[in-house]
Design a protein around this ligand. Structure first.
Ligand SMILES: [Zn+2]
Length: 115
């Protein structure tokens, strides 16, 4: 039994199936070959630095937001750029930070050695 779990922040706009395919190809001939690959998507969350309000958006809304502003390629390479386009839904401040939903994180690799 071999398992790999990867957490993908939705802000990176990584296509989970493309990632899975790339891992399957890249693992050929390695101890990870044939592992079951679990990809967990993490929705983005934001926090307003002025009033402390926190909120999140679902992946579909995020993709629409990025497409409407021509940001898809930018966010893929630099997810932090989204804060330039956000404002707090409660107080309107543009001083917003990302609290979740960035990056691609390898959570664990489990390999049964048969011992
Ligand atoms: Zn605010």
């Amino acid at each position: 039994m071999k398992r790999i779990r990867i957490r993908v922040g939705a802000l990176s706009l990584v296509d989970a199936e493309a990632l899975r395919f790339a891992l399957e190809v890249a693992s050929r001939g390695t101890p990870a070959e044939g592992a079951s690959i679990e990809i967990v998507e993490e929705a983005p969350s934001f926090r307003c630095r002025r009033c402390g309000h926190t909120w999140s958006i679902d992946e579909e809304s995020l993709r629409r937001f990025a497409e409407e502003r021509g940001l898809t390629g930018t966010l893929h390479l630099y997810p932090d750029a989204i804060v330039e386009y956000l404002s707090c839904p409660r107080c309107g401040s543009r001083d917003v930070e990302i609290t979740r939903g960035k990056g691609v994180i390898l959570e664990f690799v489990e390999i049964d050695t048969g011992e």
